[in-house]
Design a protein around this ligand. Structure first.
Ligand code: ZN
Length: 623
């Protein structure tokens, strides 16, 4: 018995040693000896490297960005050595995939990264900062995704930088992530940023710390004031769900980077968001900039925790396709805008324009007439900052799931208020408790079940999903908005219109500005189905020369001719393309787009009921 016991104990010790060995972290070391030329030197120390040949690669997609990107193009000088610096065989199998040959237990991979694009997807390095989105920065080893990771940031004193990240701070310059998925979701800004932090007492009594780190030319006073505005927005969103998520390490960080040279972007992550804003400063732009913060922060519930099954786990070699982005992004779009009204940063006049944008997307975009919201969500793998040289036909085959879904959220909110004495907040809370809080990824039928639960009316939920989610029916926006005393009316009622002129810019096909004195108005992108110019056979590549006998030199001269006409008038248009000069007849119509105007501004009486309905909808919910 004793012997057996000893043997068992020995087995236990042996397996414990193996288990301990298996958890030794992969160690990344990132240095910036050549920041002025936008380069980083990155080394990966891999203890207990896989037996036999193994691969190391760059990603092709990024957490929260739905289209693919070729991050491998900016990685070079890839080498492999053993722990003592002796070269090991390594060969390039694909553009972004390398294979390490015969090797000892410990392998070190080194490479140079070039990074010069500041947004939520890519990385940028210069002496002012290292703005690192991890999929654009780190190579990784397929098969070792579950391994814990440590990451060391060097040269911090040289540039006067500090680390802003949701990564766990181990010690000194070393941070860690429990696995690859977590590291990839943890953008990191190294810079001399300014910080404003505060605590929110959550509904369960626990404290959550919120940080605003800003890399900009603003003073600390401006950052502190902006932090105070953010606090208000955070509490307004907390009121929607009834509580804040329990953030990992009880901390959430807004990583903001503001400079005229950066690209505009916002990217949500589990306990942080990377926000990049092309402004001189925050100062003077506070309200404009806040819209990205409210959208991204809402994602810390809706998408990072209320998670579509289709996005789990994140595939870094290809794009995850999701049918649920009308909810994950669209409902977030609706709340991101509306919460600004509730927290007092936006007036109804401005918000009316936002509502009109949502309604026009669902009622007037040609794609919304033939494709459902889930189908438009699946197009995100091409639409979400997707890059290509050849043009697409998005004017006719795509409606953004942000606006499509936002319009559905608007209609559902108003219907729940009008018909059930409920609100969309009640629905979001139910989805949060059933899915997000317990981290149970959802499908569209789950969302329908939650609507049935909150309304106690499975028939309504089934009807709503079959008509407006799976189907192509449109909600009665005019009737629903009227309940809040908002008038939906044509934007240019009674005036002649040829089609959206934004597509007929004074630029050549390549996008390059035309030479001065060039003749005609070139159409740069696909014309829109159902508009007069589309029906007259005009499209990208055509150059409009004359309208109604008058010379056309730019967009304005064309609009001036249209303005002299009436709805139904026929306009003769001369144009040229590769097959020669042609003539066509454009039958002018009325612009189908809507605007939204408050009853009292439109000279209509606002009833007490309408005023109450509007206030219940748009007033602060913070108690
Ligand atoms: Zn979003």
């Amino acid at each position: 018995m004793k012997k057996l016991l000893l043997l068992t104990a020995a087995c236990f010790i042996a397996s414990a040693t193996i288990a301990q060995q298996a958890t030794r972290p992969i160690f990344y070391s990132i240095s910036f000896p050549n920041a002025v030329h936008h380069e980083a030197e990155i080394a990966i120390l891999i203890p207990q490297a896989p037996d036999g040949n193994f691969k190391v690669r760059m990603s092709r997609s990024s957490a929260g960005r739905y289209a693919t990107h070729e991050f491998g193009k900016n990685v070079y000088n890839v080498t492999a050595t053993d722990g003592k610096g002796k070269a090991l065989p390594i060969k390039q199998l694909e553009g972004d995939v390398y294979e390490v040959g015969s090797h000892p237990e410990t392998v070190k991979i080194s490479y140079t990264l070039f990074a010069n694009w500041t947004d939520g997807t890519y990385a940028s390095i210069d002496p002012s900062h290292a703005h690192l989105n991890m999929p654009a920065t780190i190579m990784w080893i397929p098969g070792l995704e579950k391994r814990a990771i440590q990451i060391e940031f060097n040269d911090m004193e040289k540039y006067g930088w500090q680390v802003a990240s949701q990564l766990k701070h181990d010690e000194g310059r070393i941070y860690s992530a429990p696995d690859l998925q977590y590291l990839m979701d943890s953008p990191t800004e190294l810079s001399a940023y300014k910080i404003n932090s505060w605590e929110v007492v959550n509904t369960d009594g626990k404290k959550e710390k919120i940080n605003l780190t800003v890399h900009s030319d603003d003073s600390q006073a401006v950052i502190d004031n902006f932090g105070t505005m953010l606090q208000k927005m955070v509490l307004e969103e907390k009121a929607v769900f009834g509580e804040l998520p329990a953030y990992d390490y009880s901390e959430y960080t807004f990583l903001d980077d503001v400079h005229p040279t950066v690209s505009g972007d916002g990217m949500e992550h589990r306990n942080s968001t990377c926000i990049v804003q092309p402004a001189e400063k925050i100062e003077g732009n506070e309200v404009w900039l806040l819209g990205t913060f409210s959208h991204e922060y809402f994602h810390s519930w809706n998408v990072k925790r209320i998670r579509p099954k289709s996005l789990e786990p994140f595939n870094f070699e290809h794009a995850n396709m999701s049918s649920e982005l009308w909810f994950a992004e669209g409902f977030t779009q609706y709340y991101g805008e509306m919460v600004l009204v509730r927290s007092g940063f936006q007036k109804l006049d401005q918000y009316s324009g936002t509502i009109a944008g949502l309604v026009n997307a669902v009622l007037n975009k040609p794609a919304s007439k033939v494709y459902s919201a889930p189908q438009m969500s699946r197009y995100s793998v091409f639409a979400d900052a997707g890059v290509s040289i050849d043009p697409n036909n998005n004017n006719n085959v795509f409606t953004s799931y942000y606006f499509y879904g936002g319009a559905i959220a608007l209609a559902l909110d108003l219907r729940l208020r009008a018909d059930f004495n409920l609100t969309l907040d009640d629905y979001m809370r139910t989805v949060w408790l059933n899915r997000g809080k317990v981290m149970k990824p959802y499908t569209i039928p789950d969302l329908q079940a939650d609507l049935a639960q909150v309304t106690k009316n499975p028939k309504f939920a089934a009807d709503f999903f079959s008509k407006y989610i799976y189907g192509l029916d449109k909600n009665d926006y005019e009737g629903l908005l009227a309940k809040a005393g908002l008038l939906l009316r044509k934007v240019d009622a009674g005036k002649a219109w040829a089609g959206p002129l934004s597509i007929a810019q004074n630029r050549g096909r390549s996008g390059a500005a035309r030479t001065a004195g060039a003749v005609g108005l070139p159409i740069a992108a696909s014309t829109v189905k159902g508009t007069p110019i589309y029906d007259a056979g005009l499209d990208a590549g055509d150059i409009i020369l004359k309208a109604d006998g008058k010379d056309i030199t730019d967009g304005k001269s064309f609009l001036d001719v249209v303005a002299t006409k009436k709805v139904g008038d026929k306009l003769s248009v001369t144009y040229k393309n590769r097959t020669g000069e042609h003539e066509t007849i454009v039958t002018l119509t009325e612009n189908p787009n809507f605007e939204v105007v408050a009853y009292e501004k439109a000279g209509k009486e606002l009833t007490k009921d309408q005023e109450t309905f509007r206030n219940n909808w748009l007033s602060s919910k913070v108690k």
